[in-house]
Design a protein around this ligand. Sequence first.
Ligand code: COA
Length: 157
Amino acid sequence: MEHIKVENLLVNYKTLEKFKRFKEYGNQELTMMEDLQNNIIENDSKSPFFGIYHGNNLIARMSLYEVNKKYDYYFEPPQDYLTIWKLEVLPDYQGRGYGKAMVDFAKGFKLPIKTSPRINSHGFWEKMGFVKAHYEMERDLGENPLIWLPDGVMEKS
Ligand code: COA
């Protein structure tokens, strides 16, 4: 298979235009656009988004950010962990290993990971080794969080 490179996406008009092709486009992207227009953030600021380019096309993306262990309710002992949001591969490119490449990239940080997947992607997450978290934070209710544990980390009981 071709080499797949996952890269950090910079906030600029070009990236934000490419985001419009993804289904999970909403407030976060609109706020980034407004911040750019109002010079609150600079062109080419770092974003929490990572993605895969195929030529000039952004074909997969996810938001990945670190949560401080002060706010950890999932792991034992409390850990800094990563949250994956908005993992999405464009329809024409699904089923070719890009989703797995994104998750493997996140796992490479060797921190526990939490995600709250959409209903129809559970099979994918199961294959990636994610399990249902027992604890649900109040603000996550109904989100059915899934977690991935690196070696040596336990779920909080
Ligand atoms: N259910 C069960 N298994 C799935 C799956 C699903 N929905 N999606 C992928 N898989 C499996 C693949 O068969 C593959 O298994 P293999 O390693 O044994 O061959 C493995 O997970 C990795 O798949 P990959 O090609 O990396 O998946 P992807 O690039 O298509 O990314 C999603 C997966 C869910 C992120 C992507 O399809 C997506 O963004 N979908 C958006 C809409 C959605 O959620 N669709 C779900 C299907 S209707």
